[in-house]
Design a protein around this ligand. Structure first.
Ligand code: AMP
Ligand code: GLY
Length: 426
């Protein structure tokens, strides 16, 4: 079959890489793709902002299945456009994607179906939001209702920061209409885990648990980013925790979405906090995580194309989702200097052929006039290494990233640090 992957990041390179290994797949297109995907797939030249043009392309090229990476396409209804035209696509409809594009919807949904999450209230005006903050005190979490490129969440440890967050979202409208409403949330303490699951509208099959590293600086300091690295599986997500998450969160979510009239097909991503009172949902995402996917997919021992095909056909088979045993993956992201703020692009990338048996998933890369890889984004490369344990995997990923270079290359030095510590102590 022919497959198309929508998106241009490291996640999409990992998806294209895994899909292209399927014996069922004869060709992979990436729309628009990046420098890395150009080596294993055909990057399309179509306007990736025009969903009808993407669907036209899929129809003309007889693409059998399209897999969507980024949330913006899902929130914009790309799945609905494809489905109206009878084209198969792996991802939720706009209505089902609301779990991610409206935090207020997600929170009301969890309340209605008693899915464990942080206590919250939704506000439509700044004065009442601030009054609530004053009454509740800090620490407290202020979230813009809509999508804000991962920047719409402020964890405030003092009142002034919380008030400022409300003003920036609701008065200055730094996130546009995403700040029409804000969610003010109870602060949850614990360790975060990302659990992704394949879903076919009726059931869900979880992937291996992963841990992301969202802040730019070592020891989780500095501003939030799209994600600076990940590892999987996360041992803190024990089988006991896993059973509880499936019973209290994953299965109820899938059943409730069906009851709501918007069955969830695609990858559901649970952003979880493992609190002393049990696992709670921090957020839902309705897509593969980035960079979690870069660490998780290399551990998948099954055919991803078959799984996605089964999911869109409503026939997901848990037996067909198998994972490599006794293997751990660590992904370290190489970013441009200045990210997540302003950064330069067009820097030549060296050493891509010096990384041994590490996997390299490109994110912000392109090719210059001489056919050399150059930087074109904030997050540039993902170096992934599979080892028999976390020490081997982390050492391999760091050795590989040490061999690639571009002007201003930056990466965190402590990816998987928590896991390394756990395994050193035990
Ligand atoms: P989100 O975009 O909702 O994932 O939030 C971004 C980050 O803010 C999360 O990964 C958490 O680290 C943090 N966060 C969000 N909600 C809470 C909460 N209720 N309590 C503590 N931290 C939170
Ligand atoms: N790694 C977090 C995300 O994909 O949103």
């Amino acid at each position: 079959m022919k497959i198309m992957v929508i998106g241009s990041g490291g996640r999409e390179h990992a998806l294209a890489w895994k899909l292209s290994q399927s014996l069922l797949v004869s060709k992979v297109f990436c729309c628009p793709g990046n420098g890395g995907t150009s080596r294993i797939a055909e990057n399309t030249k179509i306007d990736s902002g025009n969903y009808h043009a993407i669907a036209d392309f899929a129809a003309e090229q007889e693409v059998d299945l399209t897999v969507v990476g980024p949330d913006a396409y899902l929130a914009g209804g790309v799945v609905d456009v494809f489905q109206e035209r009878g084209l198969k696509i792996y991802g939720p409809t706009k209505a089902a994607a609301r779990l991610e594009w409206s935090k207020a919807f997600a929170k009301e949904f969890m309340k209605k179906y008693r899915i464990p999450t942080a206590g919250f209230e939704v506000f439509h005006d700044a004065a009442s939001a601030k009054q609530h903050i004053r009454e509740t005190g800090v620490p407290i979490v202020v979230k813009a209702d809509g999508l804000a490129a991962g920047k719409g969440v402020i964890v405030a440890t003092d009142l002034e920061t919380a008030y400022q967050a409300v003003d920036r979202m609701m008065v200055e409208r730094v996130f546009g209409d995403s700040g029409t409403a804000v969610v003010i949330e109870e602060f949850l303490e614990g360790e975060e885990v990302s659990l992704l699951a394949f879903c076919d509208g009726k059931s869900a099959v979880p992937m291996l648990p992963a841990q992301d590293h969202k802040r730019i600086g070592d020891n989780d300091t500095g501003p939030n980013t799209g994600g600076m690295g990940a590892y999987a599986p996360a041992s803190i997500f024990t089988s006991v925790v896993s059973e509880r998450v499936i019973r209290e969160i994953l299965n109820p979510t899938i059943e409730a979405m069906r009851d709501e009239g918007c069955p969830f097909v695609g990858t559901l991503f649970l952003g979880l906090m493992l609190t002393k009172d049990g696992p709670k949902v921090i957020e839902y995402n309705v897509r593969f995580g980035d960079p979690e996917t870069q660490a998780v997919l290399p551990l998948l021992d099954s055919d991803l194309a078959q799984i996605c095909w089964d999911a869109v056909s409503g026939k997901l088979n848990p037996e067909s989702v198998r994972w490599k045993r006794d293997t751990v993956a660590v992904c370290v992201v190489a970013a441009s200097a200045g990210y997540p703020g302003k950064f330069a692009t067009g820097k030549i990338i060296n050493g891509l052929d010096q990384t041994g048996d590490a996997l390299i998933f490109h994110a912000g890369t392109g090719l210059n006039g001489n056919g050399a890889f150059v930087t074109s984004g904030g997050r540039v490369l993902n170096l992934v290494y599979l080892g028999r344990n976390i020490h081997e995997a982390a050492a391999g990923a760091y050795k590989a990233i040490g061999n690639v270079s571009f002007e201003g290359v930056y990466y965190r030095k402590d990816i998987a640090g928590r896991e390394l510590k756990r395994f050193t102590m035990s």
